[in-house]
Design a protein around this ligand. Structure first.
Ligand code: OXD
Ligand code: MN
Length: 595
């Protein structure tokens, strides 16, 4: 049964149905009954495996094709009418040309299949910060994941009413052919088309495609921000909660920071972290002039390997019920799941992520082909499962942001933490953000990749316009703007060991950040920004001496001169479009360093 009389929605669906020719059309109403029927069907066809109901109630395992296990940046396009509007950091194709190509690929591809129509809300249904989308797909896996990651069902269509302000998400699995795989955003048409993939990041169209690529464009046009940021609430012993949003490139620990458990002595004093989001933040200026954020998602699509009770207890707890695992290892002894880094009990009777018998005795850390779980294997877990989910999670008006944090993985350059000198200086820091590649990824180690605001793969328009939008937001916010900081948990010693312990101990840095926002902590002004006085970073119960701490708060002039030269090189890509303000910031940095 159709869940709306909205003509723009109904016309679009019938147009797409004429193209792909499904056997039938099923609207997803969000009821448990309907979802349960789909789970059963997916188990019958082998699309999903039901896991141990006692140990992992409501949990399933799914395996994708081995050639379809990650986002594909080289096949991701921003199809704006003008090439110039996609900018130098995106792949671009003319929209008319791309529509034709994609329609030719998708034509008749639902024959013998069902078209599922998923009405979904990014953000709490009816929230003034939320946006609505409709995704059509021929994959039950997509339906069930979308039902975890977003709010789906009839209530969404009721809020939409007759409005035409909704995002069209069209997914066709086709035959998962990597040669014809395309993930395309059409920002001016509010449209996304994804073909020939069934991997989450490419097909859960609410996530990267809508909540970042399309929404960043919408935010630019409408005066708000869609960012690749976690959101957390830091509660102090008085019970006050301050909110922080933080952007880090992939594999820098966003989910871990979002769900941090403070060191014991701080817990005993009454400190606590509440998770609002682990990946995406939508932010608007509220009535009081401050910046308010919601997490548009309703679940976590987290990387499984490395997640364990020590690295991220709360994430692991979140996966213990009603979770879909993708490309992890199946332990046949008790029909549960396993991945590298979960624990030291390598399963002896198991299937690897491809479904082949796994030989634990051949496991070799240096050789990924011997791994039981794919390095990018995932869990899709409902946010409500998280033991530290914020009581404000479903609050439509969002949470007021006190601080914005940028960060990356830098062995030598950036200190543990520093505060920008102004909003503009903070935008400069974000625009120059970089992270070093690790041995975990193919290619050279320690290569710096610039990833402005961690948005390089996700900004749906010209990145220089995006920088200008950040500057404009700062002007509107004025003295109510959040303070901007940069952190680096990854400084190493001469042997390459991490100096800072990270994980829960990052709370010590968050406390300094909040103290700075409240004018309670002092700082030393350096060429790059304000660095903590060493005595203001609390080292209680930590095996670290002052000299070591000083070494990671250090701003080395020569290293930073080199950094400034690299930023200058990075800026060349943007040509004349780079905001003058950022050029000025770079010149000021160089002058400060030369003093
Ligand atoms: C993600 C990513 O999956 O950033 O969140 O790639
Ligand atoms: Mn992400």
């Amino acid at each position: 049964m159709e869940l709306t009389t909205n003509k723009s929605v109904l016309d679009w669906i019938s147009e797409k149905a004429d193209l792909v020719k499904p056997d039938k059309i099923v609207w997803i109403d969000g009821s448990e009954e309907q979802l349960d029927g789909l789970r059963k069907e997916a188990v019958e066809t082998g699309e999903m495996i039901k896991l141990n109901e006692e140990k992992l109630p409501g949990c399933y395992l799914h395996r994708t094709q081995p050639n379809d296990v990650a986002r594909v940046e080289d096949r991701t396009f921003i199809c704006s009418k003008k090439k110039e509007n996609a900018g130098p950091t995106n792949n671009w194709c003319d929209p008319d040309e791309m529509y034709k190509k994609l329609y030719d690929i998708a034509r008749d591809s639902y024959k013998g299949r069902t078209m599922y129509v998923i009405p979904f809300s990014m953000g709490p249904i009816g929230s003034p910060l939320a946006k609505i989308g409709v995704e059509i797909t021929d994959s039950i896996y997509v339906v069930l994941n979308m039902a975890i990651m977003t709010r789906v069902g009839k209530a969404v269509m009721d809020v939409l009413g007759d409005s035409n302000d909704w995002v069209r998400g069209f997914h066709a699995k086709c035959n998962v052919d990597p040669e014809n795989r395309y993930i395309c955003q059409f920002p001016e048409d509010n449209a996304i088309i994804s073909v020939n993939s069934a991997y989450g990041g490419n097909v859960l169209l609410g996530k990267k495609c809508f909540a970042l690529r399309i929404a960043s464009y919408q935010g630019w046009k409408e005066g708000w921000m869609a960012e690749h940021m976690l959101i957390l609430g830091l509660q102090n012993p008085k019970g006050e909660v301050k909110y922080v949003a933080a952007a880090f490139p992939s594999a820098c620990g966003k989910t871990n920071l979002a769900m941090l458990i403070p060191p014991k002595y701080l817990q005993e004093k009454g400190y606590k972290i509440w998770t609002v989001g682990d990946d995406i933040s939508w932010m608007r200026i509220g009535k009081d002039g401050r910046l308010y954020a919601i997490n548009p998602e309703n679940g976590f699509f987290g990387v499984a390997p490395g997640t364990n009770s020590k690295s991220n207890f709360n994430a692991l707890e979140s996966t213990k019920k009603n979770t879909i695992f993708t490309n992890v290892c199946l332990n046949l002894d008790d029909n549960t799941v396993w991945w590298e880094g979960l624990n030291k009990d390598l399963p002896t009777n198991a299937l690897d992520w491809k479904g082949n018998k796994w030989d634990a005795s051949k496991f070799n850390k240096a050789d990924k082909s011997t791994y039981a779980a794919h390095p990018n294997s995932r869990f899709t877990a409902p946010a409500e499962n998280c033991p530290c989910i914020s009581p404000e999670f479903n609050k439509g008006e969002g949470v007021p942001i006190s601080a914005i944090i940028f960060g990356g993985r830098r062995a030598k350059c950036a200190p543990l933490v520093y505060q920008s000198k102004s909003w503009e200086n903070g935008v400069f820091i974000g625009s120059a953000m970089a992270s070093e590649t690790t041995a975990a990824a193919a290619g050279a180690v320690g290569v710096v990749r610039r990833d402005p605001m961690a948005m390089l793969p996700f900004c749906g328009y010209h990145m220089a316009d995006y920088f200008q939008h950040w500057l404009d937001m700062g002007k509107k916010l004025g003295d109510k703007a959040p303070k901007i900081f940069n952190v680096n948990w990854f400084r190493t010693d001469d042997e390459g060991n991490f100096i800072w312990p990270g994980f829960g101990d990052n709370m010590r840095v968050l406390n300094w950040i909040i103290d700075r926002c409240e004018g309670k902590a002092d700082a030393t002004e350096t060429a790059i920004g304000y660095v903590p006085k060493p005595e203001d970073i609390d080292l209680t119960d930590l095996d670290m001496d002052m000299d070591t701490l000083k070494s990671i708060l250090d701003v080395d002039k020569d290293t930073w001169m080199k950094e400034a030269a690299e930023i200058e090189e990075h800026y060349k890509k943007f040509g004349d479009k780079l905001p003058q303000e950022l050029r000025n910031q770079l010149e000021t940095l160089k002058a400060n360093l030369a003093k």
